[in-house]
Design a protein around this ligand. Structure first.
Ligand code: CTP
Length: 404
C-alpha cells in the first residue's frame, strides 16, 4: 500500500453510532501506519459500539467525545481540533448524522466541528438498506454532495441486520484507498487510461499451458496510481492473484489474443494506453481438446507455435492512437534494446526495467526511453514508482483541450 499521499497528513476521524464502528479500528491502524496523524472524535452513540480507550490506543492520541471536555484549555474543542486538519473524515456516518450535517446542525462536538471547519469533509455512510434508500436520506446525501462534501461508498452486500443491499460501509482498506486517492495530485483529471497487466496464459491442452513469471504488481500499481491521479481507469489483466485497485474497472483475460481483443474493443474511448503486461510472444498452433497422454513408445509431443499479435504495436499503429507507453524487461544491454524497442513499436515513451529479476518483487528500478534521450529513476517501491511514472506520463501528454 502506498503511504506517500497520507504521510504527514492530519485527519480528524469522526465516528458516529453504528455497528461498522468496529471496522474503524482497522482503518485507524492503516492511516497511522501510512504516517497520518489521526485525531478521533466520537459521538455519544459511537461510544456504545467501541470504546474510546481502544481508539486512543490505536490512534496514539486522546479521544474527544464532548464539547465540554476540560482538557481543551480555552474550551474551544469544536474549533481547535479541526484547525490543523487536512480533512475531517466521518466514518461510519450514520443516517442521523448525515441528516444533521445536511441541515447544518451543531448540537454536539462532532457536528459543531463539521460546521466550524475550513478543511474538506469526507463522509463514509454505513446503514441498513432501507435507511439508505429512504428518500430523506437520499435528499440529505444529495444536499451534502451539492455542499461539496465527499461521499465514499456505501457498498452493497450482506448487512449486520441480516439483509442484503446498499448501505453497508466500505471495507476499511477501501476507505483508506479512497482517502489516499482524495489527497493524490490530480495530474490525470479528466483523462482515460487503459492498461494491460500480468502474464498471459497460452493453453496447450485443458490442463497445461505456457505462461511467464509476471506477477502483475507493476501494472496494478500503475492502475491504482492513475485512478488516484483522477483518471478513469480500465485494467485488462492476465491471470494474477491481486485485488482490483479501488475505483478501477477490471477485465480479466487469459490469452494474448483475448488481451488484444479486449484492448482493441476498449481503446477508442481512451487517451492513454500503458502496456505493462508480459504478453506471450507465441501460442501453440492447435490446442488439444483433451489432455495429451504419454504414449507407450515414449514419443515426445511436438508443437508448432504461431506468433501472437503485438498489442502495443497494434494500438500505436491506429490512425489516432492514444498516448502509448510500453514496458521492457531485458536480460542485458537495456540501453540498446530499450531505445530499439521504443522505435520499433513506435511509442513516445518506453519504460525499461533495470535488471531482469523484478518479477514478483515489491520494488523496481527503471529507465525512461524517449526520442529526446534516457532518464533513470531511483529504485523505489513499485507503488511509489507508479506514482512517479504517472506524473512523468502526465507531463508528456498533449494539452487536454486538444483531445476530442
Ligand atoms: N507487448 C504487447 N504485445 C505483445 C508483446 C509485447 O503489447 N505481443 C508489449 C508489452 O506489454 C510491453 C512491450 O510490448 O509494453 C514490450 O514487451 P516485450 O515482451 O519486452 O517486447 P517484445 O516485443 O516481446 O520483444 P522481445 O520479446 O523480442 O524482447
Amino acid at each position: 500500500m502506498a503511504t506517500a499521499e497520507l504521510a504527514g497528513k492530519h485527519l480528524v476521524l469522526g465516528m458516529t453510532g453504528g455497528i461498522a464502528c468496529y471496522k474503524i479500528a482497522e482503518l485507524t491502524r492503516l492511516l497511522v501506519k501510512a504516517g497520518a496523524t489521526v485525531q478521533v472524535v466520537m459521538t455519544e452513540a459511537a461510544t456504545q459500539f467501541i470504546t474510546p480507550v481502544t481508539m486512543q490506543a490505536l490512534s496514539g492520541r486522546p479521544v474527544y467525545t464532548s464539547q465540554w471536555d476540560a482538557r481543551v484549555p480555552n474550551n474551544m474543542a469544536h474549533i481547535d481540533l479541526s484547525r490543523e486538519a487536512d480533512a475531517i473524515v466521518i466514518a461510519p456516518a450514520s443516517t442521523d448524522f448525515l441528516a444533521k450535517l445536511a441541515h447544518g446542525m451543531a448540537d454536539d462536538l462532532l457536528t459543531t466541528l463539521c460546521v466550524a471547519r475550513e478543511c474538506p469533509l469526507l463522509v463514509v455512510p454505513a446503514m441498513n438498506r432501507q435507511m439508505w434508500a429512504n428518500p430523506a436520506t437520499q435528499r440529505n446525501v444529495a444536499q451534502l454532495r451539492a455542499d461539496g462534501v465527499e461521499t465514499l461508498g456505501p457498498d452493497s452486500g450482506p448487512q449486520a441486520c441480516g439483509e442484503v443491499g446498499d448501505g453497508r460501509m466500505l471495507e476499511p482498506e477501501a476507505v483508506y484507498e479512497a482517502i489516499a486517492s482524495f489527497f493524490a495530485p490530480k495530474v490525470l483529471a479528466g483523462r482515460r487510461v487503459l492498461l494491460t497487466a500480468g502474464p498471459t496464459f497460452e493453453p496447450i491442452d485443458p490442463v497445461r499451458g505456457i505462461t511467464n513469471r509476471s506477477s502483475g504488481k507493476m501494472g496494478f500499481a500503475l492502475a491504482r496510481a492513475a485512478q488516484q491521479a483522477g483518471a478513469d481507469v480500465h485494467l485488462v489483466a492476465g491471470p494474477v492473484a491481486l485485488d482490483t485497485p479501488w475505483g478501477v474497472f477490471r477485465e480479466d483475460v487469459q490469452t494474448a489474443q483475448q488481451m488484444h481483443d479486449a484492448v482493441m474493443r476498449a481503446v477508442p474511448d481512451y487517451d492513454i494506453f500503458i502496456a505493462v503486461a508480459a504478453v506471450a510472444d507465441w501460442r501453440v498452433d492447435h490446442t488439444s481438446d483433451h489432455k495429451i497422454k504419454k504414449t507407450a513408445d515414449h514419443r515426445l509431443p511436438s508443437f508448432t507455435f504461431v506468433e501472437n499479435p503485438d498489442i502495443l504495436a497494434a494500438v500505436a499503429r491506429l490512425p489516432h492512437p492514444p498516448f502509448c507507453v510500453g514496458f521492457a524487461a531485458e536480460s542485458g544491454d537495456l540501453d540498446v534494446h530499450g531505445e530499439e524497442k521504443r522505435v520499433r513499436k513506435n511509442v513516445p515513451l518506453l519504460i525499461g526495467n533495470l535488471g531482469p529479476l523484478t518479477f514478483g518483487r515489491d520494488d523496481n528500478e527503471v529507465v525512461l526511453f524517449e526520442a529526446s534521450g534516457q532518464k533513470k529513476l531511483p529504485r523505489a517501491d513499485k507503488q511509489a514508482l507508479a506514482s512517479t511514472l504517472i506524473a512523468e506520463i502526465a507531463k508528456r501528454l498533449p494539452d487536454t483541450s486538444l483531445i476530442s
